[in-house]
Design a protein around this ligand. Structure first.
Ligand code: GLY
Ligand code: MN
Ligand code: MN
Length: 439
């Protein structure tokens, strides 16, 4: 079933942002630019996440302006004009009427007129919120608009004096997912689960990593998710130890594991799943021993995700289980407390146990408030992704462990008394994986 964000929710997001803006202020937010791939070919367009969050409007060459209290409308969009000839080549344009009728904006103007109209809207507002420092071209345009107002001070114009990064307010809103957003994220997760299951079933020695990548893309597209949330990682054997491996070009070999870290983007929301499984469908004793540790660490981390705990609790829980597991296998020595204190796990686990998840795979939102870790609250979405990576050239460990890379990653949303796993439909216990692959 399709999941989508209703227009009324975009209106509410703008309302909430305006309610947080200082009196006498204005916010200005540009759409993502089109990017040239080569000559006449563009990269597929992906709207800027902040812009999409506030508008749902999916065209480049657009600027959203929020002017709390403006009599003729508070939410204003500058966008491309309709143009039958251009539309014949490049497809439908929404235009100004469409922006008002279908996107709930109060007022809309042609983007070509922005230099004539926007300075008049900024005039008299003391503070300007915009993505300060994100794009030097846009910084320069904002300053041009301000200069136009400054040139008229003798005629009584009031230029703004304060320029503030919009992200501070906006990204805090984005951190808390609404029920509609959670539905869309669950849909993204559901599609990605299907994709992982398909890849797992079709893994065969003699195939290549890119054959599995193809299975993922097939399932994403087949379910209406036209893009990945990030380039898929399909790492077999020691490639599983390369955290952001995207070459995906090696042959799949009997006796090796494959680590797949992949998720689709659906309606601009990301999913992010990792599973690790044996090419042959059967784990070796060494793979099994390390896998069980990572899986226990993931369960321990998920248990810590509930209101009352903070951002770092799941990470600390995962670290304890991973480190104890490495000691038990003789890969690390000494006591657990010493190993944690000295971070001797770091050659084998060098990343965090998760990140915020939303419209961006590494989503926005502060992890600390001041010096304190952020408290977990209902609606926050994150990944849980412990791993163990035994580098193929690590001469400090017994040869039998070398070149094994394992990560297990799910997407969860904090609920009022715990968390909901959006991606548990892909098998992750050893018996479940072996059963699916034998099927
Ligand atoms: N796929 C990127 C990550 O797991 O953070
Ligand atoms: Mn991932
Ligand atoms: Mn991740």
């Amino acid at each position: 079933m399709a999941a989508t964000i209703p227009v009324k929710e975009f209106n509410e997001r703008r309302r909430r942002l305006m309610d947080r803006m200082a009196p006498e202020s204005i916010a200005i937010l540009p759409a993502a630019p089109e990017r040239v791939r080569n000559r006449d070919v563009l990269h597929p367009f992906r709207q800027d996440s902040d812009f999409h969050y506030l508008t749902g409007f999916n065209e480049p060459e657009a600027v959203l302006v929020l002017i709390p209290g403006r009599e003729h409308g508070e939410s204003v969009l500058f966008c491309r004009e309709r143009n039958p000839e251009k539309e014949l080549w490049d497809g439908f344009l929404v235009g100004q009427e469409g922006a008002i009728e279908n996107y709930g904006l109060d007022d809309a103007f042609p983007i070509a007129d922005i230099d004539d109209i926007l300075p008049g809207m900024i005039e008299g507002r003391s503070r300007v919120y915009y993505p300060l420092g994100k794009d030097t071209g846009f910084d320069a345009r904002v300053m041009e608009w301000v200069k136009m107002i400054r040139s008229k001070v003798k005629s009584g114009a009031h230029p703004p004096g304060e320029f503030v990064a919009l992200e501070h307010l906006l990204h805090d809103l984005r951190l808390y997912k609404s029920p509609a957003e959670i539905k869309v994220m669950a849909k993204a997760g559901e599609i990605s689960c299907e994709a992982h299951k398909r890849a797992m079933k079709r893994a065969r020695k003699g195939g290549y990593e890119y054959n599995l990548e193809a299975e993922l893309i097939h399932t994403f597209m087949d379910h209406g998710a036209r893009s990945t949330a990030y380039p898929s990682i399909v790492g077999s054997g020691a490639n599983g130890c390369i955290l952001h491996y995207i070459e995906n070009s090696a042959p799949l070999k009997e006796g090796e594991l494959v680590l797949i870290d992949a998720g689709c983007e659906y309606e601009c929301y990301a999913s992010d799943i990792t599973r690790t499984f044996p090419v042959s469908g059967k784990f070796s004793p060494e793979q099994r021993a390390l896998y069980e540790i990572v899986l226990s660490a993931q369960y321990a981390a998920i248990d810590e995700i509930h209101p009352g705990n903070h951002w770092d609790h799941p990470h600390q829980a995962a670290l304890r289980v991973l480190t104890q597991g490495l000691i038990d296998l003789g890969i690390l020595s000494g006591t657990l407390e010493d190993a944690l204190e000295q971070q001797s796990y770091r050659p084998f686990f060098m990343h965090r146990t998760g990140h915020w998840l939303g419209m961006d795979v590494h989503d926005v939102g502060d992890y600390k408030v001041g010096d304190a870790w952020r408290q977990l609250e209902p609606g926050m979405a994150m990944t849980v992704e412990p791993g163990l990576y035994i580098a193929p050239d690590n001469m400090d460990v017994d040869e039998k462990w070398r070149g094994i890379g394992i990560r297990i990653e799910d997407d969860v949303v904090v609920t009022k008394d715990g968390c909901r796993n959006l991606t548990e439909a892909v098998p992750k216990t050893i018996p479940e994986i072996e059963a699916l692959m034998a099927d």
